[in-house]
Write a protein that binds this ligand. Structure first.
Ligand SMILES: [Zn+2]
Length: 277
């Protein structure tokens, strides 16, 4: 069934686990994510990063699959960066949107997020925003410490914007890390003690199973995933084509999407969202 992300994350916060939010972009990645979630009896957030597919086209397929699924599924716009994207997502049926203004100064971030929260909440759509900034893995050694979330600001931000969940910067990074991931668990602990809405982790890929588990234990309720799924698919494919002189296209796609699915199942178990439905 199609549900709001707030419903999923509030339960995750209450029971101390996290919900996986894989980036999906077409019918196959949507289907594989739902197969994985149903197999593990886990809630799911299907997240579209808007450069990967058209917002409306994705909604048509994702909402249909979500409605037909045996587990609760939220359809989410990941990293919406413009006002128009948020409105298009709401209009086309997403049950949740991220309004990412984390690169703007605090006051502008609040102003823009607040405006969209008012619109989204009036039609029951969940809103995620980001405070502090999770950067790119290639710049990790230079940027790791610059964007960490400030606790007082985060408290004020949630109060002023009325967001439903908050993405925090605690030392993770998008894509492949250049250098060793260094997570500030103490900061996460303090954020979790003070912030009343569920906390979101971006840049989970490459962070390592042990760190992810600990993040969930310390209060993260949503884990965004893409690069690890992508790499797992690629590894499985490379292994499969070893010593083969040809491969059929359908077979090739099945191998890749299976790699994506297997890694997603691994993460569902890692963040303890299996057997929650
Ligand atoms: Zn992200």
């Amino acid at each position: 069934m199609l549900v709001t992300m707030k419903k999923l994350l509030d339960d995750a916060k209450k029971n101390n686990y996290a919900v996986v939010a894989p980036n999906a972009w077409n019918e196959d990645t949507i289907r594989m994510s739902i197969v994985a979630a149903e197999q593990e009896k886990a809630p799911l957030i299907l997240a579209l990063y808007p450069v990967m597919a058209n917002i409306e086209d994705f909604a048509q397929i994702a909402c249909k699959f979500a409605e037909d699924s045996k587990v609760p599924v939220a359809v989410h716009l990941d990293h919406g960066s413009q006002f128009e994207e948020a409105v298009r997502a709401i209009r086309s049926g997403y049950s949740s949107i991220m309004v990412d203004r984390s690169q703007l100064p605090y006051d502008e971030n609040v102003k823009e997020v607040k405006e969209i929260v008012k619109i989204a909440h009036s039609v029951g759509v969940t809103v995620e925003a980001e405070l502090g900034h999770v950067g790119q893995g290639k710049d990790y050694t230079k940027t790791r410490d610059c964007g960490l979330t400030n606790v007082e600001e985060a408290l004020r931000f949630v109060e002023e914007t009325q967001v439903d969940c908050l993405a925090v910067a605690i030392g993770t990074s998008h894509g492949v890390y250049c250098g060793e991931p260094k997570i500030d668990f103490n900061l996460l602990k303090v954020l979790n003690e003070n912030i009343k809405v569920p906390l979101v982790l971006h840049g989970s890929s490459g962070t390592g199973d042990e760190n992810i588990s600990k993040c969930v234990e310390y209060g993260i309720n949503k884990i965004n995933l893409f690069t690890d799924l992508d790499l797992a698919a690629s590894d499985m494919f490379i292994e499969y084509i070893k010593n083969k002189s040809s491969i059929r296209i359908v077979e090739a796609c099945n191998i890749l999407y299976n790699g994506y699915k297997e890694k997603l199942i691994h993460n569902i178990k890692l963040v303890k969202s299996n057997n929650r439905v």
